[in-house]
Structures are given as C-alpha cells and as structure tokens.
Design a protein around this ligand. Sequence first.
Ligand code: GLN
Length: 447
Amino acid sequence: LQYYFKQIETHQHLNAFNEVFFYSAAERARLVQEKIDKGSAGRLAGMVIGIKDNICYKDHEVTASSRMLEGFVSPYSATVVERLLNEDAVIIGRLNCDEFAMGGSNETSFYGAVKNAANPEKVAGGSSGGSAVAVQADMCLSALGTDTGGSVRQPAAFCGCIGLKPTYGRISRYGVIAYASSFDQVGTITSSVGDAALLLEVLAGADDHDSTVSREAVPAYTAGLSAGSKKKIAVLKETLESEALDKDIKAAILEAIEVFKAQGHSIEYVSFDLLDYLVPAYYVLTTAEASSNLSRYDGVHYGHRNLEATNLNELYKKSRAEGFGDEVKKRILLGTFVLSAGYYDAYYQKAQQVRRLIREKMESMLMDFDVIITPVTPTPAFKIGENIDDPLVMYMADIFTVLASLTGIPAIAVPLGNNSDGLPLSIQLMAKHFHEKELLSLSNEFL
Ligand code: GLN
C-alpha cells in the first residue's frame, strides 16, 4: 500500500484519482495483514484496487465526476464493493471518469481530463480513464470500471491494459450510478489475464438487490486458464476494411491473427452488414435511458441544490443547470427528444428494433463461431482537446465497442504492443453470452 501511495504521488499530474482513501485503505490493510498472519485471509488479500468514481462505497464520497454529486457520501456499498471487501481487497481510492460515464476520452469530468501515462498530451480514453491510467502507471494493481458502450475496453486499449466487459447481467449493478441501465456493466482493468479472471470469479453471480443479474452458475474462471480448446474465430471483415482504421492497429491485428492461426485456431473472415447502424442505435437508446435515469437529480433528493430558487420549478431548473456539465445536458436533451410523443416511434422504437436485429445477427454468427474479432478503437489515443468539440467524431469512435454492448455479449480488449510513438494498440475479442472463460483462456494463451 505504501508503494502505491508513493506511485500516486509521483503521478499526480495524470489526474487519475478523484480521491485517495489514505485512511480507510491503511486501516483495511492492517486488518487484512492480521488475517494473512492468522492464515484466514480471503482470495483478494493483498490486492490493492481502485474503483471508478461511480461505484458506491459506504461512508465514502462518490460523485460520478459531476458537480451534481460533489460532497455526496454514500450510505451503502455497491455489491461489487462488498464482494471485494469480503475477499480482503484493499480499496485505495476513487478514480476519475467522464461525467456520469458519458464520454470516450475522460475529458467531460468535472475534475478535468485524465492524462495518458504513455504520453500526457494524449487522452486516457473514457469513460473509465482514471481506472485505466491507475493500472497503466502502477498506482494500484487493478481497477474497476463500468462499460456501457466501451468505457472499460476503450481506455484499457489506449493505456495498454486488459479490459474485460462481462456479459450483461453477469455482475450486479446494485450501487453503481446508472447511465443506461440496459447496457451498464461493471468491468475490470488489469495488467494480467489472471487478475481479470480472479476478479470476475469474485464479482460475478446472483444478487437479490439486482433482478437483472443472472442466476447462471459462476465458473471457476481462474482454473484451466492455459488449457483452452481450439477455437473457431470469425474476423468481422468490414471492421478491418474501414477507411477510418489506423494502419498500425490494422497491421497489429493482422499479426495477431497469424499468431492465433499458428496456435491452431481457425480463422474465417465474415461479413457484418449492420456496422452503420451501431452508433446511431446506441446513442438513441442510451440517451433515452440516461434522460430517465438522471431525472432523479432534482436538487431535492440528491446532490447539488441551488439555494436562491424561490419555487420548486426554479429549484429543479437552477440545480440541474448548475450541477450538470455540457455533455450530460446534451444527452438529456437528446434522450428526452427521442422519447417524446411524436418522435418515440421514429427514433426510440426504431432503435430498439435495430438493437434486436443486431442481437439476432450476432447470436446467429456465434452459433458458428466461438470468438469474434474486431479492433477496439479506430485510432490510438488522440490529443487532449482534439475531438471534444466534435460529437460526431467522438461518438463514431465507439463503433467497434458498442456492438457487444447492444448485444449484451462479453468482450475483452487485449494489448498488442505500442506504435512507433509509444502509444498502445489493442484487439477486441467477443464471445457468446456467459462465455467469458473462452475470452480469458484465449487472451491468456495469446499473451
Ligand atoms: N463512449 C461511450 C459513451 O459516451 C461509452 C461510454 C460508456 O461505456 N460509459 O456513451
């Protein structure tokens, strides 16, 4: 713990932590050490872990990197936090992220951008940018993030880490600040596949507090990690042919494909003709859900309250106007629009139909294949400030990650080394619902 505290101090300029839990982490480390001495410590004893600042930890502040929740102290812990603590992990702090997890560069945070440790002029990725940089710069051993449309996988890719988004419903969302509830999933950012497997083993499984969590048995993800079977792998052809794809990423993926072949896995290039519909469907549906989820921040129940308002409507308006940042406001407006009478059928309902089509297409492809390969991102980490004023460029950059989110399938970002500027490159593997084990064993064999 002392080592990580030092690392955090040395890397303060990266802005990865919204708060370091100096006191409570030290207190827990002492308790865990006692248990270790007695031989009664849990499976995560000694694991120092950071949590994204949208995951509740009892008696600790949680803000979703928004002014709206500044100073809000959580009265209870998320199920994922309970499970970490039950296995004697030490939670070292809460990590910076895009405001309410809305963003792909960690530039929408009320606390400012997180900087990539590979090059501090570049973005960390988002929305779990603090989680990725904290692991990248060794400020904690592993981190929890959340992934609605790529927020674990994309920053992991930009920072050279392993980012796992499990199947929707594999891990409880209880105590996780909601963005788009039918997409949100807790995921892990680690520097080894073994840590990802261990964390998933601890975090996954039924929870009475979240009815969307599956009762499907939790396999021993850590067992037999290196004894995977030969896989049938599909490469989504159009994703590699895309004009927008960076040539170093493409070359690294083609090289990785050769490695998979040499390891005895079969590779087939398969066409996927719904690529153009992914980003539009994702943004219609997630903004709709977000506009509903964020209605609870009214200046009365939670968070920021304007004190000058003289009536209730004014209180709502002023508190929300002051509490939310621009990106969040934009999404509330967009979401409210697509849900409004007269537009609901044309946008929201249509997007739901498109989501079903995408899901059916992916499920039928996954009847024939074990694993599907695409890039994680079209480019390596870009410059801070470069894209933030162009929402279309920002949103289009999510094209490869939202596929698994719309479908609910598990996906993992696996590092492929760096380009000549020292920026990390990455590949994405996806599998059938609840087949995380195949992703983990294939990644482990590859690395
Ligand atoms: N970049 C995507 C968005 O802005 C994904 C965010 C996320 O997964 N939380 O919605």
